[in-house]
Design a protein around this ligand. Structure first.
Ligand code: DGJ
Length: 704
């Protein structure tokens, strides 16, 4: 049976996920209305569901049920998902239904305006192995002479069922403090989550979860959504006074327009939604699974332990220095060596050189090949930092092409970190960018690019272009195209997305990269909260996490090497410290911990993640795969000297037994579930432990 069914008698479509269902209906007025998003149900049951009408119908209210993509016009007073202005000034859209088609799990519903030659396709896609529903739209202007101005063009509007209360969970932050989880009641208002920065942003991540205020980590219904877009975006949640909550979202921030030229088609990005039971923990795990199965290109590949030079050398890179670091890195068991900023042009600080992508001749007199060869001789892969969208005004590129940057006539251009943004919506700029990246990768056989972007967009104009606002979207589309092309032409190339840390983390970038640099903040205490917030949507496999020096450059906090490792081992482990200053003992401990990470890595990167909370200040994650369980527990401080008690685990079989691979101790599963894992934490603050359990044959269960 197809996962999408149609009941012609009731003009009803039913989409079935793994354990959930979504139903929509064509109304008599030929708008597509929301019927159900929740537990699974049959087509016959869905036909019994009434339309969600306003409980407070009067001549002042919109009485109609919730629409799948509300437009402007008619008795509609909530936030529209789609706002258009036709060439004659008319704004209201009035749809007629054309037809629909179903191809596997992909449903397309085709509509057209009653008068103007504007077409809209609503896309829905479900996968048999997931409860995530992917939604997006295609808009087409079939007029042969007049453009249509799109004032807003969202991918989807989501509707929560009638609940006793509505609470929202979302992620806020800033540079160095990304992915902070916030949870509060949805106000009876329109609440806007947005980025106006031309990139996803550190400040808000396009993930949102709604529940009735009673869900917790282990239980409760959660309706969540995530937008697959790496430029400016907006999601507006509307809770109305009569108890309905909907949210609409898509690319672009408010006020931007797109002039849809005669004959032009625009596809909006995927806005994915997930209904789950089992609380926030189960919602996260369902997202992780979806990302692995349907977003990432290489989900089964194990992410290598990498070394990155940034915190060790800053801009001060040269061949001898990098080779010295590479030698140390290789001796620790590192698998990929990444040289960060400072290797090209006149880039000896953030003042100059960005845009001039040829090796600095003083620092690398023979180019990068000798370094790349040495890294490979040492048994590692070779990666490089790039920032393809940016330029320093003090660069040969800018001197040759001052018109290639985002700028506006009669306005000065704001520099941030002494740099400007290239307008990749321009085909010539995008082609040039692709060409140098392609050459760089080809000439040096580069295995890995860290693709950075260190400032938001400002004065985003395009003098001389008739529809300059479109660059906000076209710039991101161009980045996607360049990444897609590079990956197609260099199948071995892996990419880490970065924007001054976690400024560009979303499902759109993950569809064409392999991991993300989570935050420039590598302080392990701050990282615990950052990583926990991150884990609401994104899996550990893509969460790049480095061990750096102590005291930390951002916070000046001093922490033990072991603690720093245990925090970073919860993701894709990297080392970013100045290895030339590490003591023999530190290098020995690091070698052992990297070896330990490689043992737990399959479970961390490919297993199922559970966020655990112990007593006192203890927090922990548990990763489970087949018969292996990895627990990483962190106790930043012990108020009054009180140590935490045992840590209750989840996802172990009560009637099985589990052996600690390091101590040999064996525990009954029922004991781990009911009483908890006794933690052998060192004394004092910044205590942490890694426990690697494997299911033991029953006869090995001993008294301990
Ligand atoms: C910001 C990144 O997040 C850092 O890791 C580093 O690559 C610098 N940019 C280099 O300029």
């Amino acid at each position: 049976m197809s996962s999408v069914q149609f009941d012609p008698d009731h003009s009803l479509w039913l989409l079935q996920g793994l354990t959930s269902a979504y139903a929509i209906r064509l109304s008599e007025e030929e708008t597509v209305r929301h019927v159900h998003w929740g537990p699974t149900l049959s087509l016959a049951e869905a036909a019994l569901l009434p339309e969600r009408l306003s409980p407070a119908a009067s001549s002042f209210e919109e009485a109609a049920g919730q629409e799948e993509l509300p437009v402007e016009g008619g008795a509609r007073f909530g936030p529209p998902s789609m706002l258009v202005r036709f060439a004659d000034g008319t704004r209201a859209v009035q749809w007629r239904y054309d037809t629909h088609d179903i191809n596997g799990g992909h449903l397309r519903i085709h509509l057209h305006d009653r008068h103007y030659p504007l077409r809209l396709t609503l896309h829905y896609r479900v996968h048999a192995d997931s409860d995530v529903i992917e939604r997006w739209t295609t808009v087409e202007n079939r007029d042969d002479s007049a453009p249509v101005t799109l004032l807003r063009c969202d991918s989807a509007a989501w509707t929560a069922p009638q609940l006793s209360n509505y609470r929202m969970s979302h992620l806020v932050g800033a540079w160095n403090s990304e992915f902070q989880l916030r949870r509060s009641d949805v106000p009876v208002a329109e609440t806007v989550f947005t980025s106006r920065r031309g990139m996803t942003s550190h400040h808000a991540n396009p993930w949102l979860a709604i529940d009735d205020g009673t869900a917790d980590e282990q239980g409760g219904e959660v309706w969540s959504s995530a937008l697959a877009w790496s430029g400016s975006w907006r999601v507006t949640v509307h809770r109305d006074p009569v108890g309905r909550t909907t949210w609409t979202g898509g690319f672009g921030h408010e006020g931007l327009t797109w002039s849809l030229a005669p004959g032009e088609t625009l596809d909006t990005p995927v806005f994915a939604g997930l209904y789950s039971t089992g609380g926030f923990g189960a919602a996260s795990r369902a997202w992780h699974e979806y990302i692995r199965r349907h977003v990432l290109s290489h989900p089964d590949e194990t992410r290598p332990v990498l070394y990155n030079s940034w915190e060790a050398t800053g801009f001060d890179v040269d061949e001898a220095g990098q080779i010295a670091l590479a030698a140390r890195a290789a001796s620790l068991g590192i698998e990929l060596f990444v040289m960060d900023d400072g290797w090209f042009g006149a880039r000896v600080s953030d003042q100059a050189g960005l845009g001039d992508w040829t090796p600095n001749p003083t620092r690398f007199p023979n180019g990068l090949r000798p370094l790349a060869a040495e890294v490979r001789r040492l048994g590692m892969r070779f990666g490089l930092w790039v920032e393809p969208e940016m330029v320093n005004p003090d660069s040969d590129l800018y001197r040759a092409h001052p018109d290639w940057v985002l700028h506006m006539a009669n306005r000065s251009s704001t520099e941030m970190r002494n740099q400007l943004v290239l307008n990749l919506a321009r085909p010539d700029t995008a082609e040039w960018t692709h060409n140098w990246l392609d050459r760089l990768v080809r000439d040096h056989d580069i295995d890995f690019l860290k693709w950075d972007a260190n400032r938001p967009h400002t004065e985003a104009g395009w003098p001389g272009h008739g529809d300059p606002d479109r660059l906000w979207i076209a710039h991101t589309q161009a980045i996607y195209r360049i990444m897609d092309r590079l990956r197609a032409d260099h199948p071995g190339l892996r990419i880490e997305a970065c924007a001054g840390g976690g400024g560009r983390v979303d499902l759109g970038v993950l569809a064409r990269t392999d991991q993300v640099w989570t935050s420039d903040n590598t302080d392990p205490i701050d990282r615990i909260a950052i990583q926990e917030g991150f884990s609401n949507l994104y899996p550990a496999q893509v969460m790049s996490a480095w061990v750096t020096d102590s005291p930390n450059v951002a916070t000046a906090r001093q922490t033990p090497l072991r603690f720093r490792f245990h925090v970073a081992m919860a993701g894709a482990l990297g080392i970013g410290g100045d290895l030339t200053t590490w003591t023999t003992e530190e290098l020995k401990e690091a070698t052992e911990l990297i070896a330990a990470y490689k043992r737990i890595r399959p479970t961390v990167q490919h297993g199922t993640a559970y966020r655990l909370r112990g007593s006192g200040s203890l927090s922990a994650v548990q990763y489970a795969s087949d018969d292996e369980h990895v627990v990483l527990a962190w106790c930043p401080s012990r108020p009054y000297g009180h140590g935490p008690g045992p840590l209750r685990l989840v996802a172990v079989q009560p009637d099985a037994s589990y052996r600690d691979r390091d101590t040999g101790r064996t525990y009954p599963g029922s004991f781990l579930l009911g009483h908890g894992l006794p933690l052998d934490l060192p004394a004092g603050d910044y205590a942490s432990v890694l426990v690697h359990l494997e299911r033991a044959p029953d006869q090995h269960l001993e008294q301990w």
